[in-house]
Design a protein around this ligand. Structure first.
Ligand code: GLP
Length: 243
């Protein structure tokens, strides 16, 4: 895995936005795997800005989001489709019919998302964040690496971390549907971003520790094209001599 370290969140966001634009330019059509969370707000903001400056079009881009809450009102601002509309889709020239999320109907076959992604040519670049417990998308510790898109019960730590976006902890959804680790490892290229001192401990564990289902992000070591983008605060505990 290649590790790139930037001064702060602004520099990290600039770099990721430029990286995404460069990748999009390489291809005549492009499948982007999208992540949500606070880490990516600045990235989408910059992509919108560069679109407004005429530097990038999303007309040939299809998006596939990693995950979505299940027990949430569809109109809730924190539903991930609404996050994506608010921060990205509503402000660029993407065809909304080309923006995809895992199925959320009660009787949905969640795994069908994997087949759908494959039928669209697979994901060219998957963007990822990381939870303080090592989750990627909503694959909580202990999730088998063989899992495809599936329904999960959110870990208490994840609900507590995400309660900052809701009025109270009891309002945070308990269930979500998420791409599995196997789905994520199917992407051609992966970029994982982490920002802030709260992520420093898990960043060290996932980069320097063994591959283990207890640390879902460690599965990325099984993929041969992963870029890890950190700011100084998230990178503060790692051994620089190996970089
Ligand atoms: C959330 C999302 C993840 C995200 C992670 C980190 O719960 N499901 O996709 O990467 O937690 O979020 P943040 O960037 O807000 O720290």
């Amino acid at each position: 895995m290649e590790v790139r370290i930037f001064k702060d969140k602004a520099a990290l966001s600039d770099h990721i936005a430029d990286f995404v634009i460069e990748e999009i330019r390489k291809k005549t059509s492009f499948n982007l795997g999208c992540a949500t969370g606070s880490t990516y707000k600045g990235v989408y903001e910059r992509l919108v800005k560069k679109h407004n400056e005429g530097r990038v079009s999303f007309g040939k881009v299809r998006t596939f989001n990693l995950d979505e809450y299940l027990d949430i009102n569809k109109d809730h601002p924190e539903a991930y489709r609404n996050y994506m509309s608010r921060h990205f889709f509503d402000h660029v020239d993407i065809n909304i019919a080309n923006t995809h999320f895992p199925p959320t109907d009660e009787h949905a076959e969640y795994e069908s998302y994997d087949g759908f992604i494959a039928s669209q040519g697979g994901i060219d670049l998957q963007l990822l964040g990381i939870g303080t417990n090592g989750h990627i998308a909503f694959n909580e510790p202990g999730t088998p690496f063989t899992q495809k898109t599936h329904k999960i019960r959110l870990a208490d730590a994840t609900r507590e971390a995400n309660s900052r976006f809701f009025t109270s902890l009891s309002d945070v959804p308990r269930y979500a549907v998420t791409m599995g680790i196997d789905t994520i490892l199917g992407a051609k290229r992966i970029l994982l971003a982490a920002s802030g001192k709260d992520k420093a401990a898990i960043v060290k564990t996932f980069l320097e520790g063994p591959i283990s289902e207890r640390v879902p992000a460690s599965a990325l070591k099984k993929h041969d094209d992963v870029v890890v983008v950190l700011d100084e605060a998230a990178a503060q505990d790692i051994e620089r001599k190996h970089l």
